[in-house]
Design a protein around this ligand. Structure first.
Ligand code: ITT
Ligand code: CA
Length: 489
């Protein structure tokens, strides 16, 4: 497997960026190999402003058809082939003369983390297959690897704060070092299919657990940041966890599930539920091979069944989220993206202006869950059945995770903004990952840029005029001409 290198370490000779009508542009490509699917992103930025904050933006997203790469563990070649269509698309978006110097990175997240835990060599074979496809493209391949949960949280936080302009600092603040704190950044909440991340700059200096602590120096400012990635608490794995817990109390594999609409039916193989390390091996004790799930759409009961997957019975720190994981008091604003956004957006709970209050959001999910399946299906015929059938569970899971898991109270809830995009760029870890690997976020504030030619000429003319005026005034004062002296008498 190739190791990811920083672009600067890799280039042997400097390359010239493409210049279009006096603007020089560079490109970068990142593939987000998630548990549920892969997305390819193309970013663009003006070459001369490389180190400024907020200049890189997304110009293309290509959704790879089919499964996430970890889903091809039995047929690894297909993992590589699945990426070809989007790699072709990237070749159309990036001008041909720039293909060779455009870096391409692939980062795999929780699906591949789980596969690595289950079968390391299988995971390596999947990565080799995707690497082969990426190497055969004309771009500058920089690595395909599984990123850690910590990195995923950190880069998500960097992305949204970069795009929101939170790393920009007004010049005068630099003279007041005591005012420089990591406040003014926004926390990041990411909900994937297999894991979920929470990342923010807490008020308290001390982060009690080392593995949750990140330290950055960006644009001349220090940031102490808390992050945690909950593996198995993405929305697909959380559903599996819930079903596996519910199954313990059924006798024959029939389950009346309050998280699905009344009239909804789903049959699942029990073995599919137990195919990953999220669920402890309870399969052997079950006397049936299939699960017959029947919805009865009851939000309150759904919330109770979901609550069982959060263990809050122990905490070795001053405060915890769940499962004994340290969580400091929540601080500041939060941007919630990925499935937090997909689900809340479907439920009309993502207004741009003021956030929908928690009680209103709860009522909306409750009322959606109570609708019979035939009615929901008739109203949204174009939405994929998998997504549509799970919005009740997902909405309830999001409320449980944020309220009970992380402790967002009525007041703190108001600080969450559900966001899909910021400007033209999707919120997610990929942009932060590329910014870091291409050295585009400097530790120190870049020196102030010299004046442009026009401003320089203007300033020179202004100074000359002031000088002439001063000289004239002094001459008039000390050598009063006769005509003026007469006038004065
Ligand atoms: O981060 P990991 O855990 O690896 O997973 P992922 O990257 O594949 O996860 P996504 O954020 O792409 O999606 C999160 C979940 O949302 C689902 N999803 C994607 N688009 C959706 C939509 O429009 N409506 C509802 N659910 C959606 C998707 O199937 C996943 O279960
Ligand atoms: Ca993801």
């Amino acid at each position: 497997m190739a190791q990811t290198k920083k672009v600067g370490d890799h280039c042997s000779k400097p390359t010239l960026p493409l210049c279009r009508s006096s603007k020089c542009v560079k490109y970068g490509i990142v593939l987000d190999a998630g548990s549920s699917h892969t997305n390819l992103y193309v970013y663009e930025w003006p070459a001369e402003k490389e180190n400024d904050t907020g200049v890189v933006h997304q110009v293309e997203v290509c959704k790879v058809e089919g499964l996430g790469i970890s889903g091809y563990s039995q047929d690894t070649e297909k993992a590589g082939l699945s990426l070809q269509h989007c790699m072709k698309r990237a070749q159309e978006v990036v001008p041909e003369q720039q293909h060779r110097e455009t870096p391409v990175y692939l980062g795999a997240t929780a699906g591949m983390r789980l596969l690595s835990l289950q079968n390391r060599s299988m995971a390596d074979r999947v990565l080799s297959a995707v690497e082969k496809t990426l190497r055969s493209s004309p771009f500058n391949f920089q690595g395909a690897r599984v990123i850690s949960g910590q990195e995923e949280g950190a880069y998500g936080w960097i992305t949204i704060n970069y795009l929101l302009g939170n790393f920009k600092q007004p010049g005068w603040l630099n003279f007041l070092p005591h005012l420089r704190s990591s406040r003014g950044t926004s926390g990041a909440l990411d909900l994937g299919g297999a894991s979920t991340q929470i990342t923010f700059a807490p008020d308290q200096e001390l982060i009690e657990s080392q593995e949750n602590s990140l330290h950055f120096r960006l644009y001349g400012k220090n940031y102490n940041v808390y992050t945690h990635s909950f593996l198995c608490y993405g929305k697909d794995q959380a559903l599996r966890l819930k079903l596996a817990t519910d199954l313990q109390s059924t006798q024959n594999g029939s389950l009346l599930d309050p998280c699905f609409h009344l009239g909804y039916l789903r049959i699942m193989n029990i073995s599919d539920l137990y195919t990953n390390p999220c669920i402890a091996n309870g399969e052997q004790q079950l006397p049936f091979t299939q699960l017959h799930l029947q919805g009865n759409g009851d939000y309150q009961r759904c919330r109770m069944t979901i609550q069982k997957i959060f263990n809050t019975s122990y905490c070795p720190y001053s405060s915890c989220a769940f499962n004994g994981i340290f969580l400091p008091p929540l601080q500041g604003e939060f941007g919630a993206f990925s499935a937090f956004y997909f689900v809340m957006n479907f439920l009309n709970l993502t207004t741009e202006k003021s956030p929908v209050p928690l009680d209103k959001a709860t009522s909306a999910v409750e009322s959606f869950c109570s609708r019979p399946w035939h009615e929901v299906k008739a109203e949204f015929p174009k939405i994929k059945e998998k997504y549509l059938s799970e919005y009740c569970f997902s909405g309830t899971y999001i409320l449980s995770l944020l309220e009970n898991g992380y402790g967002f109270t009525m007041e703190k809830w108001q600080n969450i903004q559900f966001l899909g995009k910021i400007g033209s760029s999707d919120a997610g870890w990929t942009l932060g990952y590329m910014l870091n690997l291409t050295n585009m976020i400097p530790a120190e504030k870049p020196p102030t840029r010299p004046l442009s030619h026009a401003s320089y000429v203007g300033l020179m003319v202004f100074c000359s005029l002031v000088l002439v005026a001063v000289l004239l005034l002094s001459w008039l004062t000390f050598h009063k001409p006769k005509c003026l002296q007469k006038g004065l008498i």
